[in-house]
Design a protein around this ligand. Structure first.
Ligand code: MG
Length: 299
């Protein structure tokens, strides 16, 4: 017999940032609307924007405007990704409730993505923490935590020690990201054996393993997951890595497992339809395509 699953999990919706980042730019008002609809569905943590160079990432231009336009709700954390101190200053000025800072576990990916070594990138994360000075929580996201397109597998112990270094440098929490879609239940278990379950997981569906990885993590006691509405998004720097775990697909599974998320699936599916309209193409979510089993179940 395995241990009982957690009674509840926290879902951080990353669609408006990680998802839309890979898409053609969408109007600020539409991005704000998507965030509000997701919050209406019960999302309580939402990555709303990235304070990055609009030249480098045109789809994230107007991050401050998005945050200014949102009708803020009590009890909801509106979060932003920042790559550096400048971004952190802008995000704080926009009144974000928390920051995410990404540091890659892969030397090759780090050089390609941010033109810094892993160590330099970890130092920048520490400098951001000093600047923030505890005003808002900082989640350090360790990307390529389950393998790199440049170096292949990265030892769990090495990945976990980077996470610990980021906590020591002032991060409030750590999320391990399967940026390259290389995680499997075995490798999830190997990492969690070193880190313990007090971590977040950012899973990708690239090779069809995101839900089984999430289930393995639940069994190990993990209660924080990143997901993206519709399964929107991925990394433009890792070939073929598109495909965040769809929020609908995880909530659908958790509903049946009686693990609380606070999110209403039907309202979430409506948010997914809005997102589909905004990006103008179909989304990977299987539950959005097939409809939830609860529509068919006889009660
Ligand atoms: Mg992602």
């Amino acid at each position: 017999m395995s241990a009982p699953l957690p009674a509840a999990v926290r879902i951080r919706e990353v669609g408006p940032r990680d998802g839309l980042q890979a898409e053609a730019p969408i109007a600020v008002a539409d991005r704000a609307k998507l965030i509000e609809v997701l919050v209406d569905a019960g999302v309580r943590e939402i990555e709303a924007a990235a304070f990055v160079s609009p030249k480098a990432v045109p789809s994230m231009a107007g991050a401050g405007d998005v945050l200014a336009l949102i009708q803020r709700r009590p009890g909801v954390s509106y979060l932003a990704l920042v790559p550096n101190r400048r971004g952190a200053e802008l995000a704080l000025a926009a009144g974000v409730d928390g920051l995410s800072v990404t540091v890659s576990a892969s030397e090759g990916y780090s050089q390609k993505n941010v033109r810094m070594s892993v160590s330099e990138s970890a130092q920048e994360a520490g400098a951001i923490a000093i600047l923030v000075g505890g005003r808002v929580p900082i989640d350090a996201v360790v990307s390529c935590a389950f393998g790199s397109p440049y170096e292949g597998d990265i030892a769990a112990r090495k990945v976990a020690s980077l996470g610990q270094r980021l906590l020591d440098g002032g991060a409030t929490s750590v999320t391990y990201a399967d940026t390259t879609g290389m995680a499997t239940p075995r490798r999830i278990a190997e990492l969690l054996e070193v880190t313990g379950p007090q971590v977040g997981l950012h899973l990708h569906e690239t090779r069809g393993t995101a839900l089984v990885n999430a289930y393995a993590a639940l069994q190990a006691g993990v209660t924080r997951f990143d997901t993206s509405i519709g399964g929107l998004g991925g990394s433009p720097f890792a070939a073929g890595s598109a495909g965040n775990l769809a929020t609908e697909d995880l909530v659908h599974l958790l509903d049946d497992l009686e693990v609380r998320t606070g999110i209403d699936l039907e309202r979430l599916l409506a948010a997914g339809r809005l997102a589909t309209g905004l990006v103008g193409h179909d989304m990977p979510s299987r539950v959005a395509a097939a409809g939830p089993r609860s529509r068919l179940a006889i009660s």
